[in-house]
Design a protein around this ligand. Sequence first.
Ligand code: CO8
Length: 254
Amino acid sequence: MIELTHDEEFAVLTLQRPEALNALSFELIDLIGENIMKAARSRARALIITGQGEKAFCAGADIKELQNRALAAQREGAVRGQSVFALLDRISIPSIALVNGYAFGGGCELALACTLRLAVPTAKFGLPEVKLGLIPGYGGTQRLPRLVGMGRALELVMTGRTVAAEEALAIGLVNRIVPSPGLEHAKAYAREFSGHGLRALQFAREAVLRSADMGLAEGLHMEADLSTLAYRTRDAEEGMQAFVEKRKAVFRDE
Ligand code: CO8
C-alpha cells in the first residue's frame, strides 16, 4: 500500500494502491503519517512523495470508504487526515510532491501540503468534491488560496474543474513541470537546496509558511526571532567563516 525507500540522500515515499488510483483509504492515511515520521528520523535531506504507476499520484480520499459513516467519524477522519498532512510542515526535512498523474481531492491536498510541487506533463489537478456533494476536508480550502490566491481557489473549489500541468504551473500550483518519469528530475530539483544546512532550511521554511497566518508587523517580529535563532547555529558560523576564507561551507545541520 505504501513504500518508503532511500535513494541517495533522499527518502522516496510511494503510494501503492494502483487498483484504486492510489486513493487514500484511512489505513493509507495512517501509513503516510508513520512513514513521514520514519523519513524524518532517517538521514534523508528531503522527502519526495509520488504515486505508483503512470496514471495517478492519488485520486483522493477513498470515496467507497466515506459512504454511510456517522458524522462524528467523518469529522474525526478529516481531522486525522489534516494532522497527518500537517506533519509535512513540522518535520525538519522539506518535502516535494512529484505529481505523476491524477491529483484529485485528497491527492491534490497531499500535494498542497508538501513544501514544493513538481508535475509531469500529463499531471492533472483538481478539488472535485463539490461534484460528490462534499467540500475538501484535508486542507484544500486553506492551502489552495494561500498558494494561488483567493479568486483562483474559489473558482477551482466551486467548479471542481480539472487543471492540467501547464495551467498548474501558470497559477503557481506547481513549481515546475518535469519530464516523465520524474524521479531523477525530482532528485536534481531537490539538490538545488539539499546541500544547505537543514536548520537554515527549516527556519526559512517556517518563516515563509507562517507569514500566511499573520499580519506584517507580527510576521516581521517572527522573522527577526527566527533569523536571530539562525545566527546561533554552528552552520551559520561555518557558512560565514567559509565565505571569509573563500571556500565551500561544510554544514553539519547543527
Ligand atoms: N476512491 C475510491 N476508488 C477510486 C477513487 C477514489 N477517489 N478514484 C478511483 N477509484 C477507483 C475506481 O472506482 C476504479 O475501481 P473499479 O475498477 O474497482 O471500479 C479504479 O479506481 C479506476 O478508476 P476509474 O475506472 O474511474 O479510472 P478512469 O481513468 O476512468 O478515471 C478518475 C480516473 C477521473 C481519476 C476517476 O477515477 C475519478 O474521478 N476518481 C474520483 C476522483 C475524486 O472525486 N476524488 C475526490 C474524492 S473526495 C476527497 O478526496 C475528499 C478529501 C477529504 C475527505 C475527508 C474525509 C473524512
